[in-house]
Design a protein around this ligand. Structure first.
Ligand code: NAP
Length: 313
């Protein structure tokens, strides 16, 4: 297949491009700068020079491909327009793909998020069949946005697009994770001299290795049914306290409980507060059974033991 990939220079993108090429696919990657162009070329991809702002360019690259994997996101809009602006832009991009792919049956696989508002309190791990809920002001902002985008993607199936969403857990980890939540937590711990966890730290975080995520995107592209949500879940639910303790033991800092009212204060966990309290265990049983996906990489705690998150010096 000839696959158009966006976000090829991010954390997950290089794993996705490499996995596709290793499986015999051709890749054309979106690149918006000379630096990005060099990075995706080095991975063996052809280049579509352009950006997410150029919807006509995205449509042209899509028409010229056999399918699309969309990993890029407009985080640049956050400071000026907030979460609603990000959502609006993402929806426009999805509709542009929809125009280019309508009636073709070609695949469009888009990154989504584990942790839909309303899933907390399910009393069981969330499954692929739990719908993304519509927007609502009471819900956590970043997740609300993902729901709008997910719903738009799933609805493209009704227009003859083999569209699907791969929901990604709060932690995507790998040896090249420089800007995800683990490096942020490690940096915060070093700054404060302790690593905190909320209350008893029993809230559960799911996780996936970026290499396993890549193989799932490929399987969804190759054989996933239209209108489905898949779960890129390697670790179903790790108590946050265990993550804090694993980080603490590597940096020789104590892991300590932080009362809910303190961790919400500006300056403690800051914008991470909503995340560290997240309690959304998730299953990937349906994904594994439907697509034959089997995560093969180390789980989150084993990956923290590999040491690449704690370079010497
Ligand atoms: N735990 C997680 O990490 C997690 C959880 C849930 C969902 N997700 C979602 O999964 C997706 C991939 O995550 P990631 O961590 O791999 O991404 P990332 O490291 O943040 O990389 C972002 C990518 O988007 C590209 N990009 C940003 N703005 C662009 C624009 N205007 N035009 C063209 N390209 C643009 C960047 O290209 P440049 O190199 O040119 O900047 C880069 O390749 C994202 O949508 C993310 O929100 C991640």
């Amino acid at each position: 297949m000839h696959v158009f990939v966006t976000g090829g220079t991010g954390h997950s993108g290089p794993y996705i491009i490499s996995d596709l090429i290793a499986a015999g696919h051709q890749v054309t990657a979106l690149a918006r700068s000379d630096k990005s162009e060099a990075e995706v070329s080095a991975l063996g991809a052809r280049v579509h020079r352009g950006s997410l702002e150029d919807l006509d360019g995205l449509k042209a690259a899509t028409v010229n491909s056999d399918g699309v994997i969309h990993m890029a996101h407009r985080q640049d809009l956050l400071p000026s327009g907030g979460l609603n602006a990000v959502a609006a832009a993402e929806v426009e991009i999805m509709l542009a793909y929809g125009e280019a792919l309508a009636g073709t049956g070609k695949p469009l696989v888009v990154s989504g998020s584990i942790g839909s508002p309303g899933w907390e309190g399910l009393g069981r791990p969330a499954t692929e069949e739990d719908a993304a809920l519509p927007a609502g002001d009471a819900h956590k902002g970043a997740l609300r946005i993902r729901n709008i985008v997910e719903t738009t993607v799933i609805e493209l199936a009704e227009r003859g697009v083999r569209s699907s969403v791969v929901r990604i857990p709060p932690v995507m980890h790998s040896a090249t994770d420089n800007a995800g939540f683990l490096p942020l937590l490690i940096g915060l711990a070093k700054e404060r001299g302790v690593i905190g966890y909320p209350g008893e730290g029993s809230n559960l975080w799911s996780a996936v290795h970026a290499r396993d995520l890549a193989s799932l995107f490929r399987l969804a592209l190759e054989k996933g049914a239209a209108g489905k949500a898949w779960h890129a879940v390697g670790d179903e639910g790790i108590p946050f306290r265990e993550i804090a303790e694993a980080i603490g033991s590597r940096v020789n800092l104590p892991a300590v409980p932080i009362p809910a009212d303190v961790l919400m204060l500006p300056g403690y966990f800051g914008f991470l507060a909503n995340l560290v309290t997240l309690d959304v265990p998730a299953s990937s049983l349906i994904t594994r059974q439907s697509l034959g996906w089997e995560p093969a990489q180390p789980g989150l705690l084993a990956d923290l033991d590999n040491g690449h998150y704690f370079p010497a010096g």
